[in-house]
Design a binder for this molecule. Structure first.
Ligand code: TYM
Length: 338
């Protein structure tokens, strides 16, 4: 079996939430814990991606450290995984330039995230927001990632990374870049907002009531679940009966993902009961998994110099691997060797 290269990233644009954890980070930790002797894992805070939208510099620094602390508190071990912030490894941006010359305008025009984030003001969006998926391709290709654990919303970006890798290799007749596989958790591909079952749970939603932050206190978690939107109908006997009830489906899905049970088993247990009976059970389950994490998070955040030092060490380790790929890419393209 060939060695695994696990690579993934997260933007420092707000608090980490339950969607990030169930959709991505829990899988990062599981994959890290299952690393074989020749496998390697790289996890980074995507600060270069964050500035595709306006950011306050002090707030960006704070959020970068906060996400690093939350990742470590969630179980990412900087001794086993390479943990760093993207801007410290210049090869991400360097490779993105070359890959921007491989990617086609038509490919980027099809990216749904650009359409969502630029909204009606396409002309006023930054060029970086448009080429965002090319940088994301560079993020994974620079480490020759084989497995990329993400939520479902990142699938289109990873398909683009595959297309870019294949076109680069084919155009130049080389086998330098490795098309990566997205790893999406079947039990939690897309967690929805607690206020609107049609929207995804998101760091950028202005309402804090829409998401459970990983660092919420037990009281805040209970209160948010109590206020979460539902419908007046009782729970059905099977998960199929949740069709057309996005809020109900989301809450049952969250309990299933958190407890490792099926949605059918949960429906069978609560069949005929209303959400007043279900919600306290969901809140207890969330408090049980998140409370230990938030204590560790606060401890880590109290020492920002230690966080900076962890990220610096991670960046140095990442750079070694990234530099080797960039050298191969430059050689394939025909740049003179330094
Ligand atoms: P970001 O920062 O929006 O989210 C980080 C991870 O959390 C997942 N996620 C969700 N999963 C399930 N339900 C949700 N409601 C939910 N919200 C977020 C995302 O799918 C993601 O896995 N472009 C990326 C960051 C990035 C990246 C990369 C990822 C930059 N370079 C290279 C992988 C590989 C982003 O904005 O994720």
């Amino acid at each position: 079996m060939t060695a695994k290269r696990i690579v993934s990233g997260i933007q420092p644009t707000g608090q980490l939430h339950l969607g990030n954890w169930l959709g991505a980070i829990r899988n990062w930790v599981r994959m890290q814990d299952a690393l074989g002797p020749d496998d390697r894992a790289f996890f980074f805070i995507a600060d270069l991606h964050a500035i595709t939208l306006p950011q306050d510099p002090a707030e960006l620094r704070r959020a970068t450290r906060e996400i690093a602390a939350a990742l470590i508190a969630s179980g990412i071990d900087p001794a086993r995984s390479v943990l760093f912030n993207q801007a410290q490894v210049a090869e991400h941006a360097e490779l993105a330039w070359v890959l921007g010359c491989t990617a086609r305008m038509g490919w980027l025009n099809r990216m749904t995230q650009f359409k969502e984030k630029s909204g009606k003001d396409r002309e006023g969006a930054s060029v970086g927001l448009f080429t965002y998926p090319v940088l994301q391709a560079a993020d994974v290709l620079v480490y020759k990632a084989t497995h990329v654990p993400v939520g479902e919303d990142q699938k289109q970006h990873l398909e683009l990374a595959r297309d870019i890798a294949i076109k680069f290799n084919t155009d130049l007749g080389v086998e330098v870049l490795v098309p990566p596989e997205p790893i999406i958790p079947p039990e939690a591909p897309r967690i929805r907002s607690l206020r609107d079952g049609k929207a995804k749970m998101s760091k950028s939603d202005p309402s804090e009531q829409s998401r459970i932050a990983l660092t919420d206190t037990a009281d805040a978690i209970r209160q948010k679940i109590r206020r979460a939107r539902t419908d007046p109908d009782p729970l059905p006997e099977t998960a199929a009966g949740l069709a057309g009830r996005p809020e109900a489906q989301n809450l049952v899905g969250i309990l299933a993902a958190v407890t490792g049970r099926t949605m059918d088993a949960i429906c069978a247990e609560f069949a005929g009961q209303g959400f007043a009976a279900f919600k306290p059970v969901l809140a207890d389950a969330l408090v049980a998994v998140l409370e230990p994490l938030s204590a560790r998070f606060r401890e880590l955040l109290a020492d920002p110099a230690e966080i900076d030092s962890i990220l610096r060490t991670g960046a140095a380790r990442a750079r070694e691997v990234a530099q080797a790929t960039v050298a191969e890419v430059h050689d394939a393209v025909g740049f003179l060797k330094p």
